[in-house]
Design a protein around this ligand. Structure first.
Ligand code: ADP
Ligand code: MG
Length: 427
């Protein structure tokens, strides 16, 4: 381990024995960089803007100190439907995952925190019942939280700690209305914590507006253990190439991203015709189906999961080996989050983008913004033409300068190396 993390252990961060013992049980032998840098500030009650790469333990970085405050200060919901700590996230699966982490970290507490998960797509009545008498923690997606507020099931006027996980997503256009409504209901005097792997420039002013004299921690964004590749292919051959790669590499667990729900469905049926069983994960699926699909994928019962960007943020799939971009995500930040589903907690992973002519230009934008400098590859038998094929709708799109590589794997990005506690490289 590098000198940075050598002397910093969880017990030097001033954590309670109930937490230290639990972290040891979970084999968290030392805090990750973002945990080292965040936990002391959060314990002191400071506001924080924390940027650290995917899979580097940001959940524990906010969950552990907030649980400690619950434990030591007996901060608790007063009578009525008040909530002490509010954690807002973009997807239902992430809300459930963070709830599970909070429960897991606090199993040794004599006085267990009351944690309520608030998410859409399931019965609201059960959530209303649980919220009676308030909660120590609510982990919520914004829409359902607002529904519960409208029904007087919960009041935010005594929130002491607000966390936005995937903060740039929460502060982006998609959640702007809902988030504004929620923020208006919060007390001005509170602790606000923003966590994400990406903080694009355009959201920084929104972040600053929420924070009060924040500490800002911005760690490196690149996950060195993810081997990133980009393969060019004619659009009509993309599905065949994907099927070829899955079979050829004998991948046992692969997460494939497509941009639209219909593309996911369509792709699954085209793969089925090629003898590959794939399941689809998108927002048209019922919530109980979504939950089952994700857990079956995590246990390895589903080999190929085709998902929209609802699976791009926060979801922790341990040791996932491969992520495929069947289509590119809209933004460079989304690219970072998608590929960050693999290569978590210091594990190795591989992220492959399949791009055809209409995507070359957009890929260059992602490549440049994220400073990837990937070298485009071709796979023998699936080589992309110099220009888009005549029957291809993308023919008018800007062509790639010159296809590079011919079947042989070449890349300019650095190979996977050992990292210290998921921060900087071990020299
Ligand atoms: P992030 O939010 O930064 O993407 P997560 O909080 O989901 O990452 O954590 C990624 C994985 O690392 C999880 O499986 C988590 O249990 C594990 N983890 C977090 N902190 C530690 C630690 N200090 N030691 C070992 N594993 C950890
Ligand atoms: Mg996270």
């Amino acid at each position: 381990m590098s000198s940075v993390s050598k002397n910093i252990q969880f017990d030097t961060l001033g954590l309670a024995p109930e937490l230290l013992s639990r972290l040891a049980e979970l084999n968290y032998s030392e805090p990750t960089q973002i945990q080292q840098r965040s936990i002391p500030h959060i314990l002191q009650g400071q506001d924080l803007l924390a940027g650290a790469k995917t899979g580097s333990g940001k959940t524990a970085a906010f969950a552990i100190p907030l649980l400690q405050r619950h434990l030591l200060t007996a901060e608790t919901s007063e009578r009525g439907n008040y909530v002490n700590s509010l954690i807002l996230v973009p997807t239902r699966e992430l809300a459930q995952q963070i709830t599970d982490s909070l429960i897991s970290y606090s199993v040794l507490f004599a006085r267990k925190p009351k944690i309520v998960t608030v998410l859409g797509g399931v019965s609201i009545n059960a959530q209303m019942l649980k919220l009676r008498g308030g909660a120590d923690f609510i982990v919520a997606t914004p829409g359902r939280l607002l529904d519960l507020i409208a029904s007087n099931a919960v009041k935010l006027s005594k929130v002491k700690h607000l966390v936005l996980d995937e903060a740039d997503r929460m502060l982006g256009l998609g959640f702007a209305d809902e988030l504004n409504q929620i923020i208006k209901l919060l007390p001005k005097k509170r602790q606000t914590l923003l966590f994400s792997a990406t903080f694009p420039d355009e959201i920084i002013s929104f972040a600053d507006a929420l924070l009060n004299a924040p500490v800002k921690v911005q760690l490196e964004q690149t996950v060195e253990t993810i081997n990133q590749r980009v393969i060019t292919v004619n659009k009509p051959n993309k599905t065949a190439l994907l099927a070829h790669l899955i079979k050829e590499n004998n991948w046992q667990q692969v997460l494939v991203f497509a941009s639209a729900k219909r593309t996911c469905d369509h792709l699954a049926s085209k793969l089925a015709k090629r003898g590959i069983t794939a399941e689809v994960f998108h927002s048209d699926k019922a919530q109980n189906a979504r939950t089952k699909l994700l857990s079956a994928f995590k246990t390895g019962d589903i080999k190929v999961l085709i998902a929209t960007d609802i699976a791009a943020r926060g979801i922790d799939i341990q040791k996932l080996p491969v992520v495929i971009n069947f289509e590119l995500p809209r933004s460079p930040a989304d690219y970072t989050h998608r590929i960050g589903r693999c290569g978590r907690a210091g594990e190795n992973g591989e992220a492959i983008s399949l791009i055809s002519h209409d995507e070359f230009h957009h890929f260059n934008v992602i490549d440049k913004k994220n400073k990837l400098e990937l070298v485009k590859e071709q796979i023998i038998g699936f080589e992309a033409d110099d220009e888009a094929p005549l029957d291809c709708p993308s023919r008018d799109a800007k062509p790639m300068a010159k296809p590079e590589g011919t079947g042989k794997k070449k890349r300019k990005n650095k190979p996977a190396v050992n990292v210290d506690i998921w921060g900087s490289k071990t020299k």
